[in-house]
Ligand binder design. Structure first.
Ligand SMILES: Nc1ncnc2c1ncn2[C@@H]1O[C@H](COP(=O)(O)OP(=O)(O)OP(=O)(O)O)[C@@H](O)[C@H]1O
Length: 237
């Protein structure tokens, strides 16, 4: 792997190929991403953008007949880690590399429990600290003021924009170093979109963000860099 990349390189992908059965979905991708940056992944439908994202958190591993070759290294906790090395636990990867999907997917539970859920799963946090973190994270996601008096309400009662900010809060509570976002505003109106774009710019101070977007005006507003996919290959970056 190229060792002459700049010191602030957060993610290094080398010779990545991805297949469903015999069909090659990603082709020989070699690309790297700097920390504290927002990269927009663009390209036509079916070009492989979402598939690329899930190679960065190993989310594809349970999909039938999917396989991958190549190397993905992410600097986590200050150490460069090969995320596909057997010794590297997927639980640690998912803690440090968060993901937000196109359609908000609140769990069938209260607003509070939705945000606290990953922390609870990770274990070892007392109730007081959990409450503090839930509040802090909801503030970061610009949702606190709207939900602070209804934390026990079912999260599915929230509007689409609020649900997406809730999912972002849920992704943020473990303080990830990388945030993968797959068309996070595509189901939202322009006001909710504006809020989330502002949030991305704020989050960039703390993390490295890769965002799939179909909206060129959005890409212009938020992205430091644009990587274009076509038929599973990167055609410009
Ligand atoms: N689970 C799967 N099994 C088989 N093929 C799949 C699976 N998921 C995706 N594909 C195929 O992989 C290719 C790349 O899909 P992917 O979703 O990564 O593209 P995309 O660029 O993100 O598209 P879009 O912008 O529409 O979300 C597509 O041809 C798709 O049909």
């Amino acid at each position: 792997m190229n060792t002459t990349l700049p010191d602030n390189t957060k993610i290094r992908v080398a010779d990545l190929n991805f297949f469903y059965r015999e069909r090659r979905i990603l082709q020989d991708l070699t690309v790297h991403f700097a920390e504290h940056s927002i990269t927009a992944l663009i390209g036509p439908s079916g070009a492989g953008k979402s598939t690329f994202l899930i190679t960065l958190n190993r989310l594809w591993e349970n999909l039938p007949e999917a396989r991958m070759s190549g190397k993905v290294e992410i600097t986590l906790g200050g150490l460069r880690r090969d995320i596909y090395q057997e010794a590297f636990p997927v639980t640690e990867l998912r803690r440090r590399v968060g993901m937000v999907f196109q359609t908000p997917n609140p769990l069938p539970m209260s607003i509070y429990k939705n945000v606290a859920f990953p922390l609870k799963m990770a274990g070892g946090t007392d109730q007081k600290e959990m409450r503090r973190k839930v509040e802090q994270t909801l503030k970061m996601a610009y949702l606190w003021e709207e939900v602070k008096d209804r934390m026990n309400d079912d999260a599915r009662k929230l509007s689409g924009g609020q649900q997406q900010r809730l999912c972002i809060a849920r992704a943020l509570i473990l303080e990830p170093e990388v945030l993968l976002m797959d068309e996070p505003t595509s189901s939202l109106d322009s006001t909710a979109t504006e809020v989330i774009e502002g949030l991305l710019l704020e989050l960039r101070k703390h993390m490295t963000i890769l965002v799939v977007s179909h909206y060129l005006d959005q890409v212009k507003r938020v992205a430091d860099r644009v990587v274009s996919f076509e038929e599973g290959a990167i055609v410009s970056s």
